[in-house]
Design a protein around this ligand. Structure first.
Ligand code: NZQ
Ligand code: ZN
Length: 387
């Protein structure tokens, strides 16, 4: 097990009545809030009216910035930074999915940075200060509600890049599984793939003596998979929605990676697919992960044997390690097919002529991934396998 430092101050408020308790969690000295949200899902569900009412009752002035698109854009972030500066905003409330939360985090990072906020993403500048933010989550997937990361797209340069700082962890996350009942199936299941991927990026490691987090990872994956099947049968199953929502937060809170070397190559490749084609984040992962697994499993076959046995209950009797490992990957693909999420580039209509560009953009002059270090050529081969 490796040494680590872990800090996660996000207060999690979970359950059907979590939003109604918001007034208890907004710091008492907050006078003016930026209410940040996406298109119209929060208005259709009635959440918007509830939030406005609570803020009014707490005598908090509200300035709104809506219009966050899936895979949030830096142009709207710049607009948000300006609004916060011009209006002395002292808190940001993000209401929505990962894109809204990430956009809010990027705004919070940009407010105290004197130059263009995008530099924080490209120059590796350490964040010194950020405006505090809180979250009402409507889509379990990214774990952004308690993660230290924000991922933003620059629509001019076609770069999708991340920024990380503990200062970006929200002060609170209100998690009401009922709010997820309005999700279209594709968003529900793309979110589920994203949750699994956040576990897998940590699970596939060469670090030894990590029995505790191995078990936490395997338990989380098993819970996600079994509750995904429950939602396939009945999308209104509150219990299953609750399990998925909690799993999403746990999967990316950082706990599952404690003391382990993490990988993240599949996410880096996925971001390049989204940057060029706007593909839904979870779908990029259902396409990349199986190909990545097939490309790397031989490097640490024991880990893939463990995955097969303890996540997908593969019976190891009379089988070689290689057969067991491959069966695990096959079962994972089978699961993705069952939840009707694309697993090949062609299913998403993604052309095959930009593999070099994507590989070059994510590896630069070096490599990505830690379980296995991947060069540009490796990434091209993985994309070839994902056709
Ligand atoms: O815009 P609205 O109308 O709200 O509609 C949204 C959007 O169209 C809709 N939606 C959200 N909640 C809903 C709902 N529709 C009906 N009912 C509800 N309850 O869903 C659509 C997609 O939302 P989005 O926020 O884009 O999805 P997601 O949560 O999957 O976020 C994806 C973004 O997060 C980044 C991804 O790269 C991507 O940009 N990630 C952020 C991470 C982090 N900050 O730690 C880690 C992740 O790995 C990921 O990279
Ligand atoms: Zn993700």
């Amino acid at each position: 097990m490796n040494s680590f430092y872990y800090y996660n101050p996000t207060k999690l408020v979970f359950g059907k009545d979590s939003v109604s308790k918001m007034g208890n969690y907004i710091p008492k000295d907050v006078k003016k809030i930026l209410l940040h949200y996406g298109k119209d899902s929060i208005k259709r569900s009635g959440l918007y009216d509830e939030v406005i009412e609570i803020l009014k009752n707490n005598k908090i002035e509200v300035i709104e910035l809506s219009g966050v698109e899936p895979n949030p854009k830096v142009s709207l972030v710049r607009e948000g930074v300006k609004i916060c500066k011009d209006n002395n905003i002292d808190f940001i409330l993000a209401v929505g999915g990962g894109s809204v939360i990430d956009s809010a985090k990027a705004i919070s990072a940009g407010v105290y940075y004197e130059k263009d906020v995008w530099e924080l993403f490209t120059e590796g500048i350490e964040l010194k200060r950020a405006l505090p933010l809180g979250v009402i989550l409507t889509l379990p997937a990214t774990g952004s509600e308690s993660s230290s990361a924000t991922i933003v797209t620059n629509e001019e340069t076609l770069q999708k890049l991340g920024l990380e700082s503990d200062l970006l962890r929200p002060k609170f996350a209100l998690l009401n599984p009922e709010l997820t009942l309005t999700l279209p199936n594709k968003q529900t299941f793309a979110g589920i793939v994203d949750i699994l991927s956040h576990v897998m990026e940590r699970y596939f490691t060469n670090t030894t003596d990590v029995e505790l987090t191995d078990n936490l990872c395997e338990g989380t994956m098993r819970a996600v998979i079994s509750n995904a099947y429950k939602l396939l049968d009945n999308p209104n199953d509150y219990g299953a929605r609750a399990e998925i929502m909690l799993s999403g937060t746990i999967a990316h809170s950082g706990i599952l990676g404690l003391g382990r070397e993490e990988d993240w190559a599949s996410h880096r490749i996925g971001h390049e697919i989204t940057a060029l084609y706007g593909t839904t984040h979870g779908v990029t992962l259902s396409i990349v992960l199986p190909a990545w697994m097939k490309y790397v499993y031989k490097e640490n076959i024991d880990r893939f044997v463990r995955f097969a046995k303890f996540v997908f209950h593969v019976d190891s009797n009379d089988k070689t390690n290689e057969e067991i490992a491959l069966l695990g990957i096959e079962k994972f693909e089978g699961f993705l097919k069952d939840i009707k999420i694309p697993i090949r580039l062609k299913e998403e209509g993604i052309p095959y002529d930009d593999f070099n560009t994507m590989a070059e953009k994510c590896t630069g002059s070096g490599s990505i991934g830690r379980f296995v270090k991947l060069s540009k050529e490796d990434v091209v081969k993985i994309l070839e396998m994902a056709k």
